[in-house]
Design a protein around this ligand. Structure first.
Ligand code: PLP
Length: 396
């Protein structure tokens, strides 16, 4: 949101900015879902709904979880909110006491630690190695658990790294969790449909069904159906947790938008071709962006297995000098240099708890990807190498 504000301000000042900060699909909601929203308006879905969501939507979510995720939930074990973010926030509000700890693997979606803090908890950041694909290991999880641990937050496919946990990686984490019955799992699967190549999305519950009584599955329609502005997300979990979340929703937002809920039923129950087309589009853009970034001296980019972000290292740019004499000392400096001097907006890894990296979204057109990466390459060429650069990177 802060990056979006920065881009908006520069554009308002007349600058042309290529925006790689987008956290949402760049195409509109599919037409049949828009029609469902219009039909909802004209057919009178304009009143409050039950605070946990309409029966029709909770039924559609239960059917989706069974069909796509092989997870069996009753509608009473499902709660709908104004986005997955709203469900995560409310789940923390419902469960955290002052000082309770939440394990957040880094790099992390920026909102997790702040949502924990706002609700009186303490985020315990568990760094994940780039060499391990930015994924949490069993040993790191074990090391982060204390008697105060309330939740582990897992996000697969991951924002910002695109990491997708495999069956064995999830099984290893679940084996640790099995030894610590007081730790609950919040699994954020909002990017599940955007997995590429051989990668497959799995929920931790697909490998450890026995953990279901202490797992909250979080998901939503925002990414899969280009539905971000409609604001519908949901959680599925044991009924006592769902009731606690619902109690807070009923005294805060009352319910998610009735119109959006009606359209969400059609999105989930209707044809899924639009989701497959979006995934194919993203895969082609991912491949192009990774190739272009890796051709820039000083940037190293892994090919992400999922989501719509790349998370390249900019270690090779640190220490270089910009044409105005500024030394690029951190990924924040690199981000600002690219924004100011290349007209390309990215987000610094520091914001995701992991440096020196940048996050670039490929939820934008191929033309923007080509033009943006060309502008980055030109901006890098205008920098003077750091004195040690060629020794550190003899291949460069
Ligand atoms: N979880 C992750 C990892 C995200 O990246 C986002 C959005 O950027 C969300 C949740 C929030 O999605 P929603 O629009 O459903 O609130």
């Amino acid at each position: 949101m802060a990056a979006k504000a920065r881009v908006d301000a520069l554009r308002a000042a007349g600058r042309e900015i290529i925006d790689f900060t987008l956290g949402e699909p760049d195409f509109p909601t599919p037409p049949h879902i828009i029609r469902a929203g219009i039909d909802a308006l004209t057919s009178g879905h304009t009143r409050y709904t039950g605070s946990a969501g309409t029966p029709a939507l909770r039924q559609a979510i239960a059917a989706k979880l069974l069909r796509e995720n092989q997870l069996a939930y009753q509608p009473g074990e499902i709660v709908v909110g104004g986005g997955a973010k709203h469900i995560i926030f409310t789940a923390f509000a419902a469960t955290l006491n002052e000082g309770d700890e939440v394990i957040v693997p880094a790099p992390f979606w920026v909102s997790y630690p702040d949502m924990v803090a706002i609700n009186g908890g303490t985020a315990v950041i568990a760094p994940c190695d780039a060499a391990n694909g930015f994924k949490l290991t069993a040993a790191a999880l074990e090391g982060a658990i204390t008697p105060r641990t309330r939740w582990l937050v897992l996000n697969t496919p991951n924002n910002p790294t695109g990491a997708v946990y495999s069956h064995d990686e999830l099984a290893a984490l679940c084996a640790v969790l099995r030894m610590h019955p007081h730790v609950w799992i919040m699994t954020d699967e909002i990017y599940e449909h955007f997995v590429y190549g051989e990668a497959r999305h799995l929920s931790p519950l697909n490998v450890a069904a026995d953990l279901m009584p202490r797992t909250l599955v979080v998901n939503g329609l925002s990414k899969a159906y280009a539905f971000t502005g409609w604001r519908v997300g949901y959680g599925a979990g044991p009924s006592h947790l769902i009731q606690a979340i619902n109690l807070l929703l009923s005294q805060s937002t009352t319910c998610a938008s009735a119109i959006s809920q009606a359209a969400a039923v059609i999105a989930l129950d209707g044809p899924q071709q639009c989701v497959r087309e979006a995934a194919a589009l993203f895969q082609a853009r991912r491949d192009r962006m990774v190739a272009l970034l890796n051709s820039i001296d000083g940037i190293q980019c892994r090919t992400p297995d999922g989501a719509f972000y790349v998370f390249p290292s900019v270690a090779g740019l640190i220490g270089r000098t910009a044409p105005d004499g500024t030394v690029l000392a951190s990924d924040v400096d690199v981000m600002m240099y690219f924004l100011e001097q290349a007209g390309v907006a990215t987000i610094d890894g520091t914001s995701y708890g992991f440096s020196p990296y940048l996050r670039l979204s490929f939820a934008t057109s191929m033309a923007q990807i080509e033009a943006g990466c060309a502008a980055l390459a030109a901006a890098v060429e205008r920098c003077n190498p750091s004195p040690t650069h060629h020794q550190e990177h003899p291949h460069a």
